[in-house]
Design a protein around this ligand. Structure first.
Ligand code: PMP
Length: 307
């Protein structure tokens, strides 16, 4: 990953990929306090377009605010830099990773006198959970790891350190032959996947957990809007794992995972055991939207060549 052609934006400069380096005493490497985003650019007939860039940048700024990190760049600068990174890497489509982190100016937990740095990289990235997953769905396992408690690591921030929990859960799921983990909150209710929000469909209605310990997913928000356009009722409520077992359909949403059907949880087949009709409609609308094939929500696409 570190050895490839291309450019990375670091602290206001576009650097050759191999030269975008940090010191081993980088503070965030030691204690995990930092914030990042995962953003996708899609191929459209007007070239690459970044999906909901302004919303991702807003969440990055809010994550930094929650962590009390003073971002030295405003949203306009970050948005311009994201477009430039996609453009200058010649990407037709891809994944973007903006991240703010503390530098190597000092050590210790006080984190005073540290500089906040910002990097933005972009590279091609296909389907996150495998090419078959979009139609066949994935196998999921309820995690033995509890999702972060709101008062421990602050779940509204997409914070680097939060992903230790995600990785432990995902590794456990993969080791047991599943594709992804479903994490429960500290009271035992369904929270989210290791990097996705979760939805159920039952008797024509859509259910999703309230955003207590789950990240405020931008794909989740997109799906809520698309469901409203289709007049499908959406209920945000506490959900138990056995409600997932008896759902007609279930799916994950995320920038990386997009809209991925869940075919099995803990060995129980969900519904027909493959992508259900509501999931398929929403997934199709989602892909039409991100690829610029739909007039609605056109302002969610940032065409990188139009600047
Ligand atoms: N939850 C977690 C823990 C995530 O990491 C992500 C991915 N950012 C999501 C949910 C989905 O968020 P989004 O749709 O904004 O990518």
């Amino acid at each position: 990953m570190a050895d490839r052609d291309g450019v990375i934006w670091l602290d206001g400069q576009m650097l050759p990929w191999r030269e975008a380096k940090v010191h081993v005493l980088t503070h965030t490497l030691h204690y995990g306090m930092g914030a990042f985003e995962g953003v996708r650019a899609y191929h459209t007939d007007q070239g690459a377009a970044i999906f909901r860039l302004a919303d991702h940048t807003r969440r990055l700024c809010r994550s930094a605010h929650i962590l009390n990190m003073k971002l030295p760049y405003d949203a306009t600068t970050i948005n311009d830099a994201c477009r430039a990174v996609v453009r200058e890497n010649g990407l037709e489509a891809g994944y973007m990773r903006p991240m703010c982190f503390y530098g190597a100016e000092g050590m210790g937990l006080r984190a005073d006198n540290l500089q906040v740095h910002l990097m933005i990289a972009a590279w091609p990235w296909g389907t996150y959970l495998g090419d078959d997953s979009m139609e066949q769905g994935i196998k999921v396992r309820t995690s033995s790891y509890t999702r972060h408690h709101v008062n421990i690591t602050l779940c509204k921030a997409k914070a680097n350190g939060n992903y230790m929990n995600s990785m432990l859960a995902l590794q456990e799921a993969l080791a047991s032959g599943c594709d992804e983990a479903l994490l429960l909150d500290n009271e035992g209710y369904v929270a989210e996947g290791s990097g996705e929000n979760v939805f159920l469909v039952r008797d024509g209605k859509i259910y999703t957990p309230e955003l207590t310990s789950a990240l405020e997913g931008i794909t989740r928000d997109t799906i809520l809007r698309l469901a409203a356009d289709l007049d499908i009722p959406v209920i945000e409520k506490r959900i138990t794992r056995d409600e997932v077992y008896i759902a007609d359909e279930a799916f994950f949403t995320g920038t990386a995972a997009e809209v991925t059907p869940i075919r099995e949880l803990d060995g129980r087949v969900i519904g027909s055991g493959k992508r259900g009709p509501v999931t398929e409609r929403l997934q199709t609308l989602y892909f039409d939207l991100v690829h610029g094939r739909s007039d609605k929500y056109a302002d969610w696409l940032d065409y990188v060549n139009n600047q």
